[in-house]
Ligand binder design. Structure first.
Ligand SMILES: Cc1cc2nc3c(=O)[nH]c(=O)nc-3n(C[C@H](O)[C@H](O)[C@H](O)COP(=O)(O)OP(=O)(O)OC[C@H]3O[C@@H](n4cnc5c(N)ncnc54)[C@H](O)[C@@H]3O)c2cc1C
Length: 405
């Protein structure tokens, strides 16, 4: 009897869900499938800002990775991986575990660079949940106030700021929120259409938020229950702000275990992969989502791309499983290639009864777009939520890449 093929899925991110959802096809064929992820839940990034905005409850925005794995006959190891030993074909975890693999899929997302301990990080996305109890406490307590600083005026920081200000305004408590958005460039939403940048900034100011552009944050120190934010550069250079909470939404870099793996990475520490999502030097290692970079494509680190890569990752892992059963990994020409969106479409909620759709230089804000966003997001989450699992058809699973992530 031959030993079973060992497939290790490292990180249960957005791009890993199609592989996890159909893990039973592998396990029924005798493949040993192991998911390593310290988290039980994956929070759907497209819904997180509206969760903070009070639109969704926690259970509505998350997918139970452990249940999904177990339903497919896979094992869930709830531990943080600390090492990919590509030579020995082993993944090691913080608790001393060692997981040998014949085939490895990596989807660990990114991490916030230099996130201070006194701030709430946005990467991996589950961290952002820590902000919710503070918002709820203030909203449930008449007369209480919240001073919140959001560091980073990219799409994530702005969408959260819009939703939090919208929630306080909607509750008639706009005056109890003192929100400051700090952005190092001259305007919020760098890289987005000019009109959209101005529109978002105007909405925030109308709701009483302060925007400090051309300003970087040097440090965030814990002070009592809150934090002291030290700013450098710009007109507020040298100033400090004492606030109740800080959200660190400064973008992503690769997790240390990628850089330390000896595998080829880009300058931000994300794994290089070819169009098939396979690493160029190790044909048994695939990576997808934010943690992977395809040279020449210059894709933004957004969930839209991660979600679109999910079915492809699954397909190429499947071809590799079959190849290994025959004694060899497939050649590059036997694998399917990733075809990205020409420009990534994004739908951002404004925290009022409308959403902004943008793709490349185009943008539009409309209430109908919020309804569309809710429909797309709810449909996507139902696809992977165990309660809906029995009803999900394979065609719906493969249609899932159209989600707004
Ligand atoms: C507030 C916010 C809003 C956003 N909104 C949008 C949006 O509307 N549209 C959009 O396209 N993008 C959005 N994004 C970006 C989006 O979140 C990411 O691009 C997306 O999550 C990337 O998915 P992924 O598959 O790469 O990995 P992720 O979904 O980040 O998942 C990574 C997984 O790996 C696990 N993991 C991490 N490290 C380890 C380790 N060492 N060992 C084991 N497991 C590990 C984590 O627990 C997690 O489950 C938003 C981001 C933020 C912060």
């Amino acid at each position: 009897m031959t030993d079973p093929t060992r497939l290790v899925l490292l990180g249960g991110g957005h791009a890993m869900l199609p592989s996890l959802a159909r893990a039973h096809e592998w396990t029924e064929a005798g493949v040993e499938v192991t998911l390593i992820d310290p988290q039980r839940w994956l929070y759907y990034s497209g819904m997180v800002p509206e969760y903070l905005g009070g639109v969704y409850a926690l259970d509505e925005i998350r997918i139970d990775l452990r249940r999904l794995a177990h339903r497919g006959g896979a094992t869930h190891v709830a531990a943080q991986a600390t090492e990919i030993d590509a030579a020995a074909r082993v993944v090691r975890t913080e608790d001393g575990g060692e997981y040998a693999y014949d085939l490895l899929g990596v989807d660990v997302g990114g991490v916030n660079p230099a996130v201070p301990e006194a701030a709430v990080g946005t990467k991996p996305i589950y961290r952002i949940r820590a902000l919710a109890p503070r918002l709820e406490h203030v909203l449930d307590t008449p007369g209480a106030r919240l001073a919140l600083t959001v560091v980073g005026g990219g799409a994530a920081g702005v969408e959260v700021a819009l939703n939090v200000t919208g929630r306080f305004a909607g509750a008639g408590r706009g005056g109890d929120l003192d929100l400051t958005l700090v952005e190092q460039s001259a305007q919020v939403l760098p890289g987005f259409p000019d009109g959209m940048r101005t529109y978002a900034a105007q909405l925030l100011r109308e709701r009483g938020a302060r925007i400090r552009t051309k300003t970087t944050v040097d440090a965030v120190d814990a002070v009592g229950d809150g934090a002291r934010v030290k700013m450098v550069s710009g007109r507020d250079g040298g100033a400090t702000m004492d606030v109740d909470a800080v959200l660190w939404a400064t973008g992503a870099v690769g997790a240390p275990l990628l850089r330390e793996s000896g595998l080829s990475t880009d300058e931000r520490g994300f794994l290089h992969v070819g169009p098939s999502l396979r690493t160029p030097t190790h044909p048994r290692i695939f990576a997808a989502g934010d943690c992977a970079t395809i040279p020449g494509l210059d894709l933004d680190k957004v969930g839209v791309h991660a979600v679109k890569q999910g079915p492809l990752l699954r397909r190429n892992l499947e071809r590799s499983v079959r190849g290994l059963a025959r004694g060899a990994v497939p050649s590059e020409s036997d694998l399917a290639a990733f075809r990205p969106y020409p420009v990534a479409p994004l739908l951002l909620s404004t925290g009022a009864q409308e959403a902004v759709w943008t793709a490349g230089p185009l943008w539009v804000a409309h209430s109908g777009l919020l309804r569309l966003k809710h429909w797309i997001d709810r449909r996507w989450i139902r696809t992977y939520a165990p309660a809906a699992w029995g009803q999900a058809s394979w065609s719906r699973l493969f249609g899932a890449e159209a989600a707004s992530a």
